[in-house]
Design a protein. Structure first.
Lengths: 184, 389
């Protein structure tokens, strides 16, 4: 079923919309959640929350891409749940992968910091200038929170290649942000 | 904790997210999926050992050339590949979503990628060869009823309809600016101190925009009362279990076929959509306002094969920009469609598909979604809408 048909079901408030979404993108959402939440039980609860949120937001939202929209909801829900459960702890896939990026932004003062929106814009512009392979590796690691091993398998390359790509990309990002005026 | 970068990563552009999601392992590789933790541990341990060996060798003062040679021979370096090698196979660019808002997420033109087995070889070959072809991949198509009618939509004359509604629902407190036929009429009125915006769309849909769910309920009640009198308006209510929005809608059908208003509806959504939260009450004009102006038997209607010939004759798209393109039609369904120029509502075929077209001779192409509405009797193309994918 096309996304427009699924969205039509959402707008008609038919519960079949959720069934069709799960059928088409269920495994995609599950993979994102499982990358971040190792517990199967947590993952199931999180996915239920995701579909409930989806049901409540469409309408009025009319996402241009249902897949990306669902993926964003799944990621946000999983990270929120992870943060809530590990408020005092460190470690774990999501935190570990994101903490790698923290060095890119350094510790600037409040005045020197760019707004999140500006930083997002810079990041997207930076990603647009990367080679496709490096961009995919970067997004898989830091947006999907996939492990290096998983990325290497999906990209059919060695873990060293993935790590080197991430290292170089982080370095480039740091330089790019510095050049754009983001205090390091 | 630098939370900004976390939030910035969360805002990565959708096209990059989808791009990464589409990368899949090519079939036929022997390497198994990294599932077990023990396997992961084993790999890590082995590689740590090799790393230690390399460090020791370097510390012992081997010459740079010798170390480089050893490093090149080390097993972890053998997997390194040049970015852009064939393992970055991208799944079929066939759209998974015909998104409603083109400018929102339309990605930049893509260079030619290898397309996976989702498309058969013939289509792939045509794309690679930059041929100008039309392919049909219609698994099943609907059929028209034995007899279908053509209709005029008298209620499209909003001026005849609106004063009655105004008097019954809102009294004189109405700021109404009628638009031309084919345009959207917009007016507003105050209800319990809140401004409610009303939009009348030329295909017969009326949308009420207000911020409060209670106001929407009140409007719904007023419309229900009006319906009970004599305007003949009707709608069905589908309450939602959240407070952000409430939508009341009646989806029209004629002769059991849907009245295709999808893209018009999407247009309407665009005005209220994400940018501002609205509470929506939609109302479709009743079907008894429609008057049949004649009927057609199935013999006088085009078959899907006729539609195919029509599209071939038209070289698929009348407004196709490039000279060469490959089109893959994926579904063909009978609908009614409002021809806004003539004011007629006629049976038509809705053809959905995907178009690959070429911008130049350097191997670049773009993909667009196609929605074609073809008159079921004359074969005339009512409308063709493309959307960057």
């Amino acid at each position: 079923m096309y996304d427009e048909q699924i969205l039509g079901l959402f707008f008609a408030r038919s519960e079949q919309a959720l069934q069709e979404t799960q059928k088409k993108y269920g495994s995609y959402a599950r993979r994102i959640v499982e990358n971040i939440l190792p517990s199967r039980e947590d993952g199931e609860e999180c996915l239920n929350d995701v579909y409930l949120t989806l049901w409540s937001r469409i309408p009025p939202d009319q996402p241009a891409s249902l897949k990306a929209y669902l993926g964003t909801l799944a990621r946000n829900a999983a990270i929120s749940r992870y943060r809530a459960a590990h408020a005092e702890k460190r470690g774990g896939g999501a935190v570990l992968s994101l903490s790698e990026l923290e060095d890119c932004v350094g510790s600037s003062s409040a005045e020197e910091r760019l707004s999140v929106q500006s930083l997002t814009e810079l990041l997207n512009r930076f990603l647009g200038g990367l080679s496709k392979q490096n961009r995919i590796i970067f997004v898989k690691r830091y947006w999907y929170c996939a492990s290096v091993q998983q990325i290497a398998w999906e990209m059919d390359c060695s873990e060293g290649t993935v790590k080197m790509s991430l290292h170089r990309t982080r370095k480039k990002l740091k330089e790019y942000l510095k050049k754009e005026g983001y205090s390091i | 904790m630098k939370k900004e970068i976390w939030d910035a990563v969360a805002g990565i552009d959708e096209r990059y997210i989808l791009e990464a999601a589409e990368v899949q392992r090519q079939p036929g590789t022997n390497k198994s999926a990294p599932e077990s933790k023990s396997e992961k541990l084993r790999v890590t341990t082995r590689r740590w050992s090799w790393g230690k060996v390399a460090v020791i060798i370097l510390c012992l003062g081997f010459s740079a050339a010798g170390a480089a040679l050893l490093l090149r021979l080390a097993p972890w370096s053998t997997g390194a590949q040049t970015p852009g090698e064939s393992h970055t196979a991208v799944s079929s660019p066939l759209p998974e979503t015909p998104s409603g808002n083109a400018e929102a997420t339309a990605p930049a033109p893509e260079t030619t990628e290898h397309i996976n087995s989702g498309l058969d070889e013939e289509i792939q070959a045509a794309i690679d060869a930059h041929e100008n072809k039309l392919f049909w991949r219609v698994a099943e198509s609907g059929a028209f009823p034995e007899k279908v009618s053509t209709w005029t939509w008298t209620a499209l004359d909003a001026q005849a309809f609106w004063p009655e509604l105004r008097e019954r629902l809102f009294g004189a407190d109405l700021n109404y600016t009628p638009g031309r036929r084919g345009d959207v009429d917009i007016c507003s009125f105050k209800l319990d101190g809140e401004v409610v915006e009303v939009r009348i769309f030329p295909y017969g849909e009326i949308s009420f925009f207000c911020k409060s769910p209670k106001r929407a309920e009140k409007i719904a009640e007023l419309l229900t009362e009006t319906e009970a009198e004599r305007l003949g308006l009707s709608f069905e209510e589908r309450p939602e279990d959240h407070t952000a929005s409430e939508r009341l809608v009646r989806t029209p059908q004629l002769d059991g076929l849907p009245l295709d208003t999808h893209y018009r509806t999407a247009f309407a959504m665009g005005h209220g959509g994400i940018s501002r939260i609205v509470t929506r009450a939609e109302l479709h004009l009743p079907m008894d306002e429609l008057r049949s102006s004649g009927s057609l038997s199935s013999d006088s209607l085009l078959t899907p094969e006729d539609v195919e010939e029509t599209l071939l004759y038209l070289n698929v798209l009348p407004n196709a920009r490039p000279a060469k393109s490959v089109e893959v039609c994926q579904s063909c369904q009978p609908v009614y469609y409002a021809d806004l120029v003539s004011g007629m509502i006629r049976p038509a075929w809705r053809v959905d598909g995907i178009q690959y077209f070429y911008w130049d001779n350097y191997g670049k192409y773009e993909t667009h979604r196609l929605v074609l509405i073809v008159d079921a009797q004359s074969g005339e193309v009512f409308t063709a809408e493309g959307q960057e994918n």
